[in-house]
Design a protein around this ligand. Sequence first.
Ligand code: CU
Length: 311
Amino acid sequence: MWFSVAARALLGASMATAMALPALDPTAPKDPGHTMKLFTLEQMKEEPANKLFKINAVSGCSSNPNIRFEWREYSDSDRHALVDSIQCLRSRPARIAGSNNRFEDFAVIHRNFSPQIHNNQKFLLWHRYFLWAFEQILREECGFNRAFVWWDETKDAGRFSQLDMFSPNFFGTMHGCLNDGKFAGIQQVGGGCVSREGTAENTAQCSTDFENYCRGMGNYPDFERCWEYGPHGYGHNGIGGTMAYVEISPSDPAFYMHHSYIDRVYRVWQNADPARRTSISAISLGGIKPDVKVRDVIDTLDGAMCYRYTY
Ligand SMILES: [Cu+2]
């Protein structure tokens, strides 16, 4: 599956308009996601319990948060430490079935969860946690001890391949199989080389205009849609090659740089209204009754509905 991008491109929309969103294509073959998934009672009992856990609350976070620095603010020493720690992860043993090393674990997990975490409102939150977890594993298992990084793609719109990030010094150059830099020879999950294309028409959509347009959205569903199908999709398709292949795109280390930009703009959009930091969306019945928040319906006795059962 390739990345869907919004037809509402602000500049040079020709690439985008040719790509219909999958859900709108009536000729698209039905996949297993369209049929009811069933477990018998016996199978259900064998399913491992949901491994939800709580992250230990970090006391004092608001007064002393970790800071992510933009690539251009990041020293050469920091850049090398980052690339070296990612390379270190590639030398560590896999812990996930179907993966060949610890770095690939992330791409395999991303592939396995892919239908649940794209094209819906979980997208931004899941990828936020995924990126944070990647950072933590770099620290815990490969000794990475610098501030983390983000990439302001608007400064490179239309010319990603000219950024020094995509050089043999750091993430490797942009064209064809990745065969220079620390990650030379890196393979995709599922086989084949990690490759890139670097198409300017697509990366041009990672623009200040497009970012500002999405940041102007007044509610989460509209922002999420704009951001996922807009610059997020164009960045993937623009780096191209492995990055344009949704499920396994984290096979390319550049994935994490791209998603740092996606996450940063989500945070900037949240900064504009505190309510955006406590709620992602309304539950909508299309106007039959007013839209409500999760908190309005999660407790039947404390919210919009107020009812209980006889037993
Ligand atoms: Cu993804």
